[in-house]
Design a protein around this ligand. Structure first.
Ligand code: PLP
Length: 436
């Protein structure tokens, strides 16, 4: 039987094996989101950069819930803002809240494309609202998107098959079908390679009049970490404008991590609509759609804007405090520590002679198990999956938690220290040597 130990400051004692067995009986495959089951573990405490499992073992968390935890787990300053608000007011359906207006004003002042903002619950929500707005604005249905860009789990944007990567396995089918659609997306979806300017021009030439919208992660994070090629975002902007399509940047992962204004502020390319989520609330449930006022004003009259939990006051309070902390040196710290981490990993790769390359920006990093940095999804998955999985397991053994699927992106949060970064690099150096 698993030894019961006090985990952190909590009094709750959890028998991991027993809880996992009970979960199998009452949750689909024992979890509420795909991939969580792959760890076969249970977290009982989270603080700053760390998670502790039921046996009290500490892990440095480079998954960070796939992005929301940007300041740190259970950050006392964010949680104090939540507690103070929740003691005063909670979910209600009357008018706007003062905090909601202030948060919208802040986003309008920092995100270049934001003239108005609607607060929603998840990134998927924000992208689905963007799709509905684009269709209402243009009277068209077709969508152009890119391989490996994840825009939520559903509808014509849903491309779950791109992400069906079990440890050590190659991903599921990623080729578009004969109609040019992603395998599990609707037939209204055209999918081309990231950074393939010729393909973008071809699609606009053939389908420009049908395109309601172009969706892109302006810096690809969902698979590997791949920057836009020089001029690529500008091309999307020009072609969208010329053909009357709505350009949507999915900044659900880039927003409030690399720059308060999102990657669009770094790239100097302004989309029509921007989806935001994840880091906005440091783990509290909040997302947003921001954009041109004429498009945003379609929400309500032309496109339903209803959601029971939209702009929940405590989530808004979390977002306001998170943004204040990012503004007060948080983003600089992420950039500095992220640079230290990527440099350390690059040196460790050179010293151990493995065929791998580090990519990333700001707080984001990824070890690509191939000789060259990938610029497309196809290149990202043309990698040594067996070594990637051996590396992931070796890091886990060393107490460094990486995402459950190999080749996906990793990140740090403001709570990471220089020592935490160096601990990660040391563990990686040993893991590189072990899998070389
Ligand atoms: N867009 C990107 C780039 C994402 O990484 C994600 C989630 O991983 C989403 C959208 C969907 O966000 P959510 O899981 O909050 O619905």
């Amino acid at each position: 039987m698993t030894v019961l130990r006090r985990a952190g400051t909590e009094d709750r004692q959890v028998d991991r094996a027993e809880l996992l067995a009970r979960a199998q009986r009452v949750l689909p495959h024992g979890v509420s989101a795909g991939g969580r089951e792959l760890y076969g573990d249970v977290v009982t405490r989270a603080q700053g950069a760390y998670l502790w499992n039921a046996e009290g073992r500490r892990f440095l968390d480079h998954l960070l819930s796939y992005g929301p935890i940007v300041i740190g787990h259970a950050d006392p300053r964010v949680n104090a803002a939540v507690a103070e608000t929740a003691a005063r007011v909670d979910l209600n359906w009357v008018g706007p809240q003062a905090g909601e207006v202030e948060l919208a004003e802040k986003i309008v002042s920092v995100v270049p494309s934001a003239e108005e903002v609607a607060f929603l619950t998840t990134g998927t929500d924000a992208l689905q609202h963007a799709l509905h707005v684009a269709r209402a604005a243009t009277g068209r249905s077709r969508v152009l998107k890119f391989h490996g860009h994840y825009h939520g789990w559903t509808g014509d944007l849903g491309v779950g098959a791109n992400f069906d990567v079990a440890p050590g396995r190659a991903p599921g089918p990623v080729e578009p079908n004969s109609a040019g659609a992603a395998p599990d997306a609707g037939s209204w979806t055209t999918v081309v390679d990231w950074n393939d300017a010729a393909a973008v021009r071809e699609v606009f030439a053939a389908q420009g009049r049908e395109l309601a919208a172009v969706f892109a992660e302006p810096y690809l994070h969902s698979y590997t970490n791949a920057a836009p090629a020089p001029g690529f975002l500008e091309l999307l902007r020009e072609e969208s404008t010329r053909h009357g399509a709505v350009l949507v940047f999915d900044e659900v992962k880039t927003g409030f991590r690399h720059h308060l204004g999102g990657y669009q502020a770094i790239a100097g390319v302004t989309p029509d609509l921007t989806a935001l989520g994840k880091a906005l609330g440091n783990g509290w449930t909040i997302a947003a759609l921001a954009g041109r006022a004429d498009l945003m004003e379609l929400l309500g009259p032309a496109v339903t804007l209803d959601g029971t939990h939209h702009a929940a006051p405590y989530a808004v309070a979390a977002a306001r405090r998170t943004i204040a902390l990012l503004e007060d040196g948080g983003i600089e710290r992420l950039d500095r520590l992220g640079g230290r981490l990527r440099d350390g990993l690059t040196r460790a790769i050179a010293d151990t002679g493995v065929s791998a390359v580090v990519t990333g920006i700001g707080s984001a990093w990824c070890v690509n198990w191939r000789a060259e940095a990938p610029v497309t999804f196809r290149e990202a998955v043309d990698a040594d999956f067996a070594r990637a999985e051996a590396f992931r397991l070796s890091m886990l053994e060393a107490g460094v938690l990486l995402p459950p699927y190999v080749l996906t992106d990793n990140r740090i949060c403001v709570a990471f220290s220089d020592d935490d970064v160096d601990e990660t690099v040391d563990a990686a150096r040993r893991a590189f040597a072990a899998v070389a």
